[in-house]
Design a protein around this ligand. Sequence first.
Ligand code: T3D
Length: 258
Amino acid sequence: MEYDTLIVERREGVARLTLNRPDVLNSFNHAMFPLLLGHFDTIAKDRSLRAVYLTGAGRGFCAGQDISGTAVGGDFGSHLEESWNPVARAIRSLDRPVVCAVNGVAAGAGANLALACDFVIAAEEASFIQAFINIGLVPDTGGSWTLPYLVGRARATAALMLGDKIPAKQAAEWGMILKAVPLASLETEAWALAARLAAMPTLALGLTKRLINAAATNTFEQQLAAEGELQTICGRSTDHTEGVTAFREKRKPAFRGE
Ligand code: T3D
């Protein structure tokens, strides 16, 4: 299926979403939000899709909000609640892993879109720019939460307040992303990861993601309780039975994601 601004493909249990406005570095116009959200909704309901691969067309990943045509200023708070915030929530709440292949510059909300994903692999040629401050705005799309959480306050403050370009290699060194690889191998590496995840125990992956989300606000005791609750669910799953059976039979498990 091909859409104007979003290319959607399904292969090997993976939904591949490609942001497709390369002339403007895949910055988002208004039509892209419902389109992307609609696909996350479809993926959430379709258990045959066991991982998501998100990338951008052309030389950029995403330059955030399209700021070319719109009037300056306005009720951005309301706009965010209808645009970037639901997208960030859709990624964080999806009970399947989202792999982001950052093929080029990720700026503003585009950077924080990437950082909302579970696995971020970037081309060495790519960079991350918290560009908001460069146009007199505060960070959004969760960046003021995600960045300090990922890299610590000192580095997050520098990134968010200075708005400088952070090359992918530096982002990887800081722990902002999983790794930086040559552009020529980005697609292969990131796709292999997504396909591998799609063949894993999907229920347990989704619940692991839920635990990682909850850990940000839970106490240690609350987290132990949450682990116990979710382990009970996994303990009753088909994939757990298959994993143990395969171990005992000394063969590779065939997980069905249930
Ligand atoms: O609305 C609200 O609710 C507020 C929410 C805001 C969320 C946000 O995302 S705010 C941040 C918005 N994004 C930016 O401020 C980034 C603006 N872009 C840049 O600073 C630079 O383009 C980059 C550093 C990302 C890349 O620079 P470079 O030199 O590699 O590329 P370029 O030449 O600047 O851009 C290439 C083209 O893309 C260019 O068009 P042209 O001249 O070839 O016709 C440029 O205008 C266009 N482009 C890049 N970013 C945007 C854009 N067009 C519209 N909106 C953009 N964000």
